[in-house]
Design a protein around this ligand. Structure first.
Ligand code: NAD
Length: 274
């Protein structure tokens, strides 16, 4: 586990902390006695999440805006003097037929899911390196970042990118023998609102089948955010680079995708959609 040299209270920053997985991580960190900084674009939900913790430092943040993330970093370092754990967790889904998704869908998904992670790394890592001592940056990808899903091209592309960026980050941190490490967080199905209405007004029988399968998967296999957070922290305690609390979902994705490449087959429509 990451520990400040002094043994002082650990400081955790979570983006997308107002709901779902981010809120679960914030609750778990708070329950462990860590100081938590909550960031989200949704001000009202952020206030509710902070109130649930009995008060926490919050900052309305748009992770796709580098200035906004730099202000968040300044707030965290000015308030606590250090950051031990950064969760670049905020993420959004844009779904639909690739040829029908608009520029704004692509800009939104890539802006939050990729640029948001890069902004977090650029704003926090230099200061985490300067502060000395161990630290960790956890970037939320998805098991869908290991095998693309139809109708989810911006999401798939962005989550593949998060995996690659995090692997690069870890390699570069180890090149300089930094005490700071990185982790890829690859959730399988977790019961949150991220997939509530992924296809909007898109209407097609193939889409209806996908929505039904996604709902069934969430009902049968979906973890609640608190159980998920507990498993995430267990992985962090072990120092895992690959944080995959639902390892069977990740392994299925990796095997299927790798097989299509090694066997030079066409991409298959997988049975699991995240
Ligand atoms: N729930 C799942 O099954 C699942 C599976 C795989 C990956 N993930 C990933 O987990 C992460 C969290 O998703 P979730 O399921 O908790 O969804 P969620 O919708 O409940 O939470 C996402 C949070 O991010 C915030 N957000 C959106 N845009 C933002 C922005 N520009 N700046 C700051 N905050 C912003 C939202 O307001 C929301 O509070 C995402 O990266 C998602 O892709 C989720």
């Amino acid at each position: 586990m990451t520990k400040p040299e002094s043994g002082a209270q650990q400081v955790v920053v979570v983006t997308g902390a107002a709901s779902g997985i981010g809120a679960g991580i914030a609750r778990h960190a708070h329950a462990r006695g860590m100081a938590v900084v909550l960031a989200d674009i949704d001000a009202a939900a952020l206030d509710r999440a902070a109130a649930e913790l009995g008060g926490a430092l919050t900052r309305v943040t748009d992770v796709s805006d580098s200035r906004s993330v730099h202000v968040l970093a300044e707030l965290a370092f000015d308030s606590f003097g250090r950051v031990d754990l950064l969760f670049n967790n905020a993420g959004i889904m844009r779904a639909g037929f690739l040829w029908k998704l608009g520029e704004s869908d692509w800009d939104a998904a890539l802006g939050v899911n990729i640029t948001g992670v890069v902004n977090g790394i650029r704003a926090f890592v230099p200061r985490m390196l300067d502060q000395g001592g161990a630290g960790r940056v956890v970037n939320t990808a998805s098991v869908g970042g290991f095998a693309p899903g139809p109708m989810m091209s911006p999401y798939s592309a962005s989550k593949f990118a998060v995996v690659a960026i995090t692997e690069c980050l870890q390699m570069e941190l180890s090149m300089i023998d930094a005490p700071v490490s990185a982790s890829v967080l690859a959730p399988g199905p977790v019961v949150t609102s991220v997939f509530d209405n992924p296809f909007g007004a898109v209407s097609h029988p193939a889409v209806d089948r996908m929505v039904t399968q996604m709902r069934e998967l969430l009902d049968t296999d979906g973890l609640d955010a608190d159980t998920f957070a507990e498993l995430v922290f267990a992985g962090i305690d072990r120092g895992d680079f690959w944080l995959a609390p639902q390892g069977e979902h990740l392994d299925t994705m990796v095997r299927q995708h790798t097989a299509t490449i090694l066997e030079r087959r066409e991409p298959v429509i997988r049975q699991s959609f995240r």
